[in-house]
Design a protein around this ligand. Structure first.
Ligand SMILES: *[C@@H]1O[C@H](CO)[C@@H](O)[C@H](O)[C@H]1NC(C)=O
Ligand SMILES: *[C@@H]1O[C@H](CO)[C@@H](O)[C@H](O)[C@H]1NC(C)=O
Ligand SMILES: *[C@@H]1O[C@H](CO)[C@@H](O)[C@H](O)[C@H]1NC(C)=O
Length: 253
């Protein structure tokens, strides 16, 4: 089911995607940093309601006017969700941002919340009303099926995750430069071993990992393949809180 959905999104790839109006700052900052506002315009905030208030729970990526890609572990069937788009600071009113109700969630059929190491930590969220694209709300590109990034390719993880263990949630969108660890290295026994699947992207912090901490459901934005015209892609994150390099789900596998 999910596979079909993602493949159709690839066919729809003729839609403009991955080209932000406000370009991100892609200097080699070690660790995490505040993103340039609206420079990852497909970045979504998935929020749930509790006692009349809305809470950010995970990031997501807008892949077309009606669908946001996120991680399966972000979805609980008992919760009511909405999606905020065009945001930089989650706690102030921002012009050009909007919130949309969620009409349904589709979790990958093979996701097993009791054994995340199987993979498939990926889900789709359908917006109740299609959104119009603006200079602050734009589409992520999905990578070509089967594409593989070379070792040490730089990518950016973005989200409103915790900056440090037990830290407070940052108000403003963070970005963190990471480097791809190729399959041979990542699946070796000193690293992830068999947990690493070919459907995942493995990446590690660029020198300092602590600031790349929990970014649930975040996208990983890579140039895919290097040198191509569409510069940014997005993935849903599969989060593991260890010192190892992190693994991300690659949706088109
Ligand atoms: C949007 O993406 C979803 C999920 O991939 C797909 O089912 C749907 O057909 C797409 N819609 C458009 C208008 O491209
Ligand atoms: C984080 O908080 C938990 C529970 O409050 C505590 O047990 C743990 O030691 C804290 N970790 C750090 C690194 O401060
Ligand atoms: C791991 O990465 C290094 C470069 O950092 C590379 O030389 C090596 O071939 C890779 N593969 C393995 C299995 O170590």
């Amino acid at each position: 089911m999910i596979r079909t959905l993602l493949l159709s999104a690839l066919v729809a790839g003729a839609l403009s995607c991955g080209v932000p109006t406000y370009p991100p700052s892609v200097t080699r900052v070690v660790g995490g940093e505040e993103a340039t506002p609206n420079s990852w315009p497909w970045q979504a905030s998935l929020q749930y309601t509790s006692n009349g208030k809305w809470y950010h729970t995970c990031g997501g990526s807008l892949i077309n006017n009606s669908w946001v890609l996120t991680a399966a572990h972000c979805i609980s069937s008992s919760r009511t969700y909405r999606v905020a788009l065009g945001r930089h600071n989650l706690y102030t009113a921002e012009s050009g941002s909007l919130t949309v109700s969620v009409s349904k969630t589709v979790v990958h059929q093979d996701w097993d919340s009791s054994d995340a190491s199987k993979g498939y930590d990926i889900a789709l969220v359908k917006l109740a009303n299609p959104v119009s694209l603006t200079n602050k709300i734009q589409l992520a590109c999905l990578p070509p099926a089967g594409a593989i990034l070379p070792n040490k390719s730089p990518c950016y993880v973005t989200g409103w995750g915790y900056l440090h263990t037990n830290g407070t949630l940052p108000d403003v969108l963070q970005q963190c430069r990471v480097l791809v660890v190729d399959c041979a290295n990542c699946s070796s026994s000193g690293w992830w071993g068999r947990t690493m699947k070919t459907s995942m992207i493995c990446a590690e912090g660029d020198g300092v990992t602590s600031s790349c901490n929990v970014r649930r459901g975040s996208g990983i934005n890579c140039i895919f393949p290097p040198g191509r015209k569409e510069p940014h892609c997005s993935h849903s994150e599969c989060q593991y809180c260890t010192e190892h390099p992190r693994l991300w789900v690659q949706p088109a596998c």
